[in-house]
Design a binder for this molecule. Structure first.
Ligand code: GLN
Length: 483
């Protein structure tokens, strides 16, 4: 049961092969069987079984949708009413959300059965899940390796089949990078496509939620349920939601794929280059043509991102002050002592590093030199993409420079860690949609292909990914030990 896709499970539920209660129990047992993966921060077994019962009634009454009764889990960055929402930080270890994120409400309405909340990097800052207050989640392909981050728990849960699908967020690569390192499909939609209401903010102009699933078809079903304008989020896009399944099977004859020469430079790891070459050859067989494009400003993406993301996070995280919610230090002497010790005790090292960098970049004497400059670079990068996307339909690249690295391997060197997102970060600066699909293996570890499209062209991306998944079976591979 646990290796089936959403549409297969929906069919199984309707034809009475199993009930949602049985399916939910099955997943809850798997979660208990593999605690070493550390995918979940919270498991909500009793509420899950109750939701499953309601789902079974709906299925029996014929009022169920595709997602009704299917077990899933949320990244612990989404507020879930009455359930601990920690953002993997000691700061929110005691926080029970008083309301649901819009995305959580939307999936609830679609009949999702929430199994629990998933591990992640603290406040979504990281590329390996190692900054989590609850310890790193483990890559099911090799438990000595990181699963990627920040949505590491989400990728592990889907890859090890501890949930049918999961939600994630992507500020600089956090859906696509862990999806690639764990061998699943992850979609970062256009900025504003899915509401950010109730999603704990890291860098507000970059953060975007999206689905993490077994296939592009599952991702399309999920995006359908998650997308849409939300009056509660002033940055949510008032753009009609497409029908993501309608054209998913369109032939790719005549598709033009752009390959940015900056991403395929000599520095690209030879094995990763091999994976990409095989994937691109597959697309040529499907009728696509390849074109080289140049995006000269891509090399500035990492420094610009770390100025902007840190600046925004330093403002966003000022709300955690020990007064209103979250961790509060003992016996504060005065207000300053309360702020300083509450924040000092509850934020981890990486979060503190970002707050320091961001505060510095925003301070009076440095604002123009760093923040304003980074915003200008951001514009140049967006223009590079816009220009390239007038010449080609989609852009393809690796997702990561290498397959999953060892736990602890990059912890001592933050710059090395930041470079893990070198292929994904520019997309967030431009606000474009992109997805990651499994495209091969390097030394037994999954490697991904990134497909980038124009604003609000998620349907096109899903079509391009789905056709590839019709002729390849990388996305069907499962980590032996957890299959
Ligand atoms: N690794 C990047 C960072 O640490 C991106 C994280 C994300 O997308 N949330 O900021």
């Amino acid at each position: 049961m646990h290796s089936q896709t959403i549409s297969q499970l929906a069919h199984g539920l309707r034809s009475g092969q199993f009930s949602s209660v049985e399916l939910t129990q099955h997943f809850l047992e798997r979660i208990k069987r593999y605690p070493e993966l550390n995918a979940y921060i919270t498991v909500t077994d009793q509420p899950a079984l109750q939701t499953a019962q309601l789902a079974d009634a709906k299925i029996a009454a014929g009022t169920a949708g595709l997602l009704t009764g299917i077990p899933m889990a949320h990244k612990d960055i989404f507020c879930t009413q009455g359930v601990k929402t920690s953002c993997a930080s000691k700061m929110l270890d005691n926080f029970i959300a008083p309301y649901n994120a819009t995305l959580v409400d939307k999936l609830d309405q679609a009949g999702a059965v929430m199994l629990g909340k998933l591990n992640m990097d603290e406040f979504a800052m990281g590329s390996s899940n190692e900054t989590s207050f609850y310890g790193a989640a483990k890559n099911p392909w090799d438990t000595n390796k990181v699963p990627g981050g920040s949505s590491g728990g989400s990728a592990v849960a889907v890859a090890a089949q501890l949930a049918v699908y999961a939600t994630g967020t992507d500020t600089g690569g956090s859906i696509r990078q862990p999806a690639a390192l764990c061998g699943i499909t992850g979609l970062k939609p256009t900025y504003g496509r899915i509401s950010r209401y109730g999603m704990i903010a890291y860098a507000s102009s970059l953060d975007q939620a999206g689905p993490m699933a077994r296939s592009a078809e599952d991702a399309a079903i999920l995006l359908q349920a998650m997308a849409g304008f939300d009056p509660k989020d002033s940055t949510s896009a008032d753009v009609p939601v497409a029908d993501y399944l309608a054209d998913i099977n369109q032939p790719l004859q005549g598709l033009t794929i752009g390959l940015p020469k900056e991403f395929f430079a000599e520095s690209l790891n030879a094995e990763m280059a091999g994976v990409l070459a095989t994937a691109i050859a597959e697309y040529q067989k499907l009728g696509a043509t390849i074109k080289d494009v140049s995006m000269p400003n891509l090399k500035l993406a990492i420094p610009a991102y770390y100025v902007i993301a840190s600046a925004e996070c330093s403002a966003n995280l000022s709300r955690f002050d020990g007064v209103r919610f979250g961790h509060r230090c003992q016996n504060a002497q005065d207000l300053t002592d309360l702020y300083v010790r509450s924040r000092g005790e509850a934020f981890g090292k990486e979060v503190k590093r970002r707050i320091l960098m961001g505060t510095y970049a925003l301070s009076a004497g440095y604002y123009d030199a760093y923040y304003l400059k980074a915003q200008k670079v951001r514009r140049l990068i967006s223009e590079d993409f816009s220009k390239a996307l007038t010449e080609v339909d989609v852009i393809m690249s690796p997702v990561t420079p290498s397959p999953a690295f060892g736990i602890g391997e990059k912890l001592a060197d933050p710059i090395e860690m930041y470079l893990a997102d070198i292929y994904t970060i520019a997309v967030n600066l431009a606000g474009l949609p992109a997805l990651s699909v499994p495209a091969g293996f390097i030394n037994g570890l999954p490697a991904g292909l990134q497909i980038i499209g124009n604003y609000f062209q998620e349907a096109k991306l899903l079509n391009v990914a789905h056709r590839y998944q019709q002729v390849t079976d990388w996305h069907h591979q499962q980590p032996q030990k957890f299959s």
